[in-house]
Ligand binder design. Structure first.
Ligand code: GRF
Length: 209
């Protein structure tokens, strides 16, 4: 039986699309059941519908800061769709311990850094400013501590001379689209072996030795 996968988004949903496209394979151990956005204007909602996936907006603003009430409604929706796995894909809401507990062991997230480096926001700028020569992304299980659950997979790319947060983010996003589906395939099959992807690491040219 394929596991029912819900994908939570807040924006363009390119990672959601990468997951959904991969799950279009009938032999995939996961099956997309619903896409939910906390922002009604998220571009990803329409893209999901175009793929024939139910897509709903659950606007957090109508809950006026009551996170517990928002999450109760979110859980109700996810349960209604028989969700067995929750993929956070650019879902920009802090989750309470109660929600995380409810979905413990069933919820994964993609974060645009090589965790445990650079949890939180503005990871691309911070990696450049720290003088890193590589950057990357991580898929991890979601636990109560932000961006620090068990790591399920990582992909690494070089930071190039002249990279800005924007150029780095767009190169990394392509890698996210490879990593997240690769991890979900394993996770949905009950396999937590880590996925590792090394992207285009440039060989140094012949030097003085
Ligand atoms: C991705 O960079 C993801 O890692 C981050 O938010 C971005 C979402 O992009 N958390 P998209 O909505 O999947 O296109």
């Amino acid at each position: 039986m394929r596991k029912r996968v819900a994908i939570l988004i807040s924006g363009g949903g390119s990672n959601m699309l990468a997951l959904a496209r991969d799950m279009a394979d009938r032999n995939h151990p996961g099956l997309p059941c619903v896409v939910v956005s906390n922002r009604p204007d998220a571009g990803g909602l329409e893209k999901a519908r175009e793929m024939g996936i139910d897509a709903l907006a659950l606007d957090h603003r109508i809950f006026k800061g009551d996170r517990a009430a928002f999450e109760a409604e979110l859980t109700r929706t996810l349960e209604e769709y028989g969700t067995e796995i929750v993929c956070l894909a650019g879902f920009m809401r802090i989750l309470t311990p109660a929600f995380i507990d409810r979905w413990a062991g069933q919820m994964i997230n993609i974060h645009p850094s090589i965790l445990p480096l650079f949890p939180g926001l503005e990871t691309h700028r911070r990696a450049i400013e720290a003088g890193m020569s590589v950057h990357g992304c991580t898929v991890h299980e979601v636990t109560a501590d932000l961006d620090s659950g068990p790591i399920l997979g990582q992909a690494v790319i070089p930071i190039e001379r002249g990279d800005t947060p924007g150029t780095l983010a767009s190169r990394l996003l392509k890698m996210e689209h490879r990593l997240y589906p690769a991890v979900l395939r394993r996770f949905a099959a009950g396999d937590r072996t880590k996925v590792t992807i090394m992207g285009d690491v440039q060989e140094p040219g012949p030097g003085p030795g």
